[in-house]
Write a protein that binds this ligand. Structure first.
Ligand code: KIV
Length: 262
């Protein structure tokens, strides 16, 4: 049967993504600007995240702990101008959700910039903040496992869930987030067995990154997938393109052709 292009498909909402639990795998990627949001949307990716990973792959910081709310707003605005059909979520950067009031004020700023959902790191430890964000009517995505905003205290990006206490804490946090009204939860660097257990246990989708194949969905930093940040590629990513090298060659060819004509 010939493929028919589907036009004017309905906008993807947090509720819709939540309803895909057990029915459809969810592919999610990061976007930090207008052209990438358009590209990912045209490729049919249903969930775009303006991640605070932009601190490393766009702004040249060493980790996400230097990213500010103002920087996030700037990139959310640029990404939202693409008016994607995909749900557009944004990370709440470090120190912007220390209390429920601060969390709601920060989430509102991101929503005003164009985010349709927000994500923050933690489970029961930010329980009141999650409840306050949901009470303000803003869709919320959880983030458990390795929490990049804690990388300095933890001295690196370590796999979570190996110890029994960690496994139990992850399960309890995931159950808490589902009960508190999160529409999905990102599981970062969680052992595949524990990620599978959480996925089977909770009623909202799990979206894994470096957490094995059995989550309801997968998320990647787009730059890792297409090779535009070649200085570091996480072990769990197989790049599909070497875009940095291809662009470098294109620019070099252009420069050489120009110089050879002088
Ligand atoms: O900051 C980010 O991009 C993220 C994802 C990769 C999960 O949190």
């Amino acid at each position: 049967m010939a493929k028919v292009a589907v036009v004017n498909e309905a906008k993807i909402t947090a509720d819709l993504i939540q309803s895909w639990k057990g029915r459809r795998r969810i592919g999610a990627l990061t976007a930090y600007d207008y052209p990438m949001a358009r590209l990912l949307d045209e490729a049919g990716v249903p969930l775009l995240l303006v991640g605070d990973s932009l601190g490393m792959v766009v702004l040249g910081y060493s980790d996400t702990t230097l990213v500010t709310l103002t920087e996030m707003e700037h990139h959310v605005r640029a990404t939202a101008r693409a008016k994607p059909r995909a749900l557009l979520a944004a990370d709440m950067p470090i120190n912007t959700y220390r209390t429920p009031d601060e969390a709601v004020a920060s989430a509102r700023r991101l929503a005003a910039a164009g985010a349709e959902a927000v994500k923050a790191e933690g489970g029961r430890s930010i329980g009141e903040q999650v409840r306050a964000i949901r009470a303000a009517g803003i869709p919320f995505c959880g983030h458990l496992g390795m929490l990049p905003q804690h990388v300095r205290e933890e001295g690196g990006y370590h796999i979570k869930g190996r110890a029994e206490a960690e496994r139990q804490a992850l399960l309890a946090d995931a159950e808490f987030l589902a009960a508190a009204g999160a529409f999905a939860v990102v599981l970062e660097l969680v052992t595949p067995a524990v990620a599978r257990e959480i996925t089977q246990r909770i009623a909202i989708p799990t979206i894994g990154i470096g957490s094995g194949p059995d989550c309801d969905g997968q998320i990647l930093v787009t730059n890792d997938l297409v090779g535009t940040f070649p200085w570091f590629t996480p072990r769990f990513v197989t790049p599909r393109l070497n875009a940095f090298e291809q662009m470098r060659r294109a620019v070099e060819d252009w420069r050489q052709a120009l110089e050879s004509n002088t």
